[in-house]
Design a protein around this ligand. Sequence first.
Ligand code: GBH
Length: 487
Amino acid sequence: PQTASAGPGRLLPEGFVLGVATAAYQIEGARHEDGRADSIWDTFSHTPGAVVRGDTGDVACDHYHRFAEDVALMKSLGVQSYRFSTSWARVCPDGRTVNTKGLDFYERLVDSLVEADITPWLTLYHWDLPQALEDRGGWPTRSTADRFVDYALAVHDRLGDRVSTWTTLNEPWCSAFVGYTSGEHAPGRQSPVDGLAAAHHLMLAHGRVVTALRERDTSLRLGLTLNFTVADPVDPGDPRDVDAARRVDGQMNRIFLDPIFRGEYPADVVADVQGLGLEDHILDGDLATIAAPIDVLGVNYYNGGAFSHLPPLTTLNAAPATGRPTRSPFPAADGVHGHPRGLPVTSMDWEVQPEGLTRLLIRLHEEYTGPAGTTLHVTENGAAFDDLADESGFVDDQARVDYVRSHLSAVVDAVDAGVPVQGYFYWSFLDNFEWAWGYAKRFGIVRVDYETQERIPKASAVDYARIMRTRQVVAVAADGSDEDDGP
Ligand code: GBH
């Protein structure tokens, strides 16, 4: 098995937290209930051609009505912490006015988590901007950051006494560059200029909320989640390939890491995007605000990639969900191409490369979080596979079992190397609305039957429950060998 190098059992570090993650638009449904108004994802998913098969989040997993059942299932599996997001459009439907009924839902959810002894981990923004704010310019407009502070404080007013970990943004790279530059996600704009403006205002919104929450309560654990790729040159001896990998690393990873941990945008990225207006948006004091110290960096890791100046011989990882024309998410990486390396891939066509996670965590610690005294959590890691359910709805997803074990083992490797990684959240608890792919891709350890809304734990949920119970990444047989090694 992929985990053989880990040695029999492989214990998780003491105090290491295991959890599961979701996001509001992907699971809640209840589109217009109790005063919720549309977000950019409602508008986008209802736009013909934007999402595979025309799927929308109108009902999704109906979690809004089934949260108690979902929390009970988490508890029965032994989940220690639950990472979820609040929907801005539920809490502030017009982008400004607080809707107490929206907050009531999150209060019910948090109370049931606390009651079940599951630690809530709250994300304020997982891509669902109120449409009312997009109509006023969206993230490329500076005032959206002001509205974000008002919204964050309203959520904190209600839940600050019961939630101790607050992360501002999930993956601002996706919000900015998949939403406003490639156009594959809501709101579907296709502009490098808008993407860069959005990125800066997202960062500003993050820094302002960290500052405001810190002023209110110094005991909160504050941070944000970034998505990372580990970009390798196809030919490390070819300077043009090295430059291709540098651009991807710069425009996906360092464009967020450097302002947060060093108070400046990386000079090479600034040079690459010259003429696209980034500097026009940086006002006095912004960089200091963005660099407000954070306690935790959430790391979302799915895959790395090899990049070259040469086009690949076969196309891979290029097909967007719907075939709708999109552009590159990178504002300044023309002529940069991802190349398949012959690694196994998931049904998203993303390469399975657990050692990339070890390298990423070590690098983050050495270059960014270590010097800043910030700890790390893997806030997302997971895979979609072509799940086949039997008549009872059970999915024997051994590929996902291996995926989780090998990536957890990669995290333990990083801990062994001295990186303070304190937890791991599997993405996702439930099969759910996978953005432009709709319900066509399933990431859950729990299967959702979208006809009946039945939840059926997969083999991967059973194995994850075992890991949470035994604290061993790999099951150990009585003779001390890995159980799956076979005869
Ligand atoms: C996360 O984003 C989201 O937070 C979550 O909502 C979502 O459901 C989940 O992942 C699964 O998609 O260039 O082809 O190698 C994923 C962020 C960023 C991961 C880009 C893949 C590179 C794809 N993605 N990344 S590729």
